[in-house]
Design a protein around this ligand. Sequence first.
Ligand code: HEM
Length: 264
Amino acid sequence: MEKTAARALSVTAAAWFVALVAGLWAFGIYIVGLYGVGAATGDWERWNAVLPAGHGYNRGDAAGNLALGVHLLLAVFVTFLGAMQLVPALRARAPAFHRWNGRVFIAVAFAIAGSGLFIAFTRGAVAGTYMAIGNTLNAVLLMACAALALRFALKRRFDVHRRWALRAFVLMLGVFFYRLGMMLWFVANRGPVGHTDAFDGPFDIFLAFAHVLLPLAILELYLRARDRGGALARFAMAGALTVATLATAAGGLFAIVGLWLPRL
Ligand code: HEM
């Protein structure tokens, strides 16, 4: 019973990871296909296809454009390479890659949060006040967890390091979870229920904070079930992870069809 519960937990965690990576790579392909192609061909209008006027490529705002460019370049690293830190086989067989990718991950956490905050504070909120607060919370928590992950790796306390690194990882993906959550909700309700143009509807306010705090809460429950839970807790968590896997796969698919493909 104990063994079966532990196995159920690790299998469902792996399934969630596969659904996550598939969605992340699709997001990465969209970023390269829209913004990367725009920069490479000088077609800067592509930077204004999604972001509203004044938020994408802004003639005359070199600092803002550069910050956005750096932000998007780092986003490509996050989507394609960030999740590789969690693959056990890579950690075991290529420890040097894990260490270097990890150092880059920590640096990227600070740079992407910093550039995101710089853009948000200089160009104004792109998705309302609540999302600006949620974004700031995301950025601050991400930097704090990344710093703690680094601190415990340097102290060679790898058990504690791994926990903070996992927290930094889910916080890094907050903006990705935001897109999946929004698409899942809109498709389930056949329209933007609870959403307003100013992003101050009940669903907007919920998601502004849930995209940061909900994945973090699920991670804490997972860590507890994995490290200290009995068979029942592990089975319950495996059930929750099955739901999370389906939500991640469906949300990713809806985002590909509804958000990303139409913009390419
Ligand atoms: C946690 C810290 C982050 C903050 C505070 C942040 C903030 C922002 C802001 C304010 C914008 C809008 C730009 C504007 O108003 O001109 C933006 C755009 C964008 N960010 Fe971030 N961001 C963060 C992390 C990330 C991460 C980790 C990724 C990728 C995995 C990412 C991917 C993007 C993309 C692709 C856009 C362009 C909009 C789109 O095409 O969907 N961001 N970000």
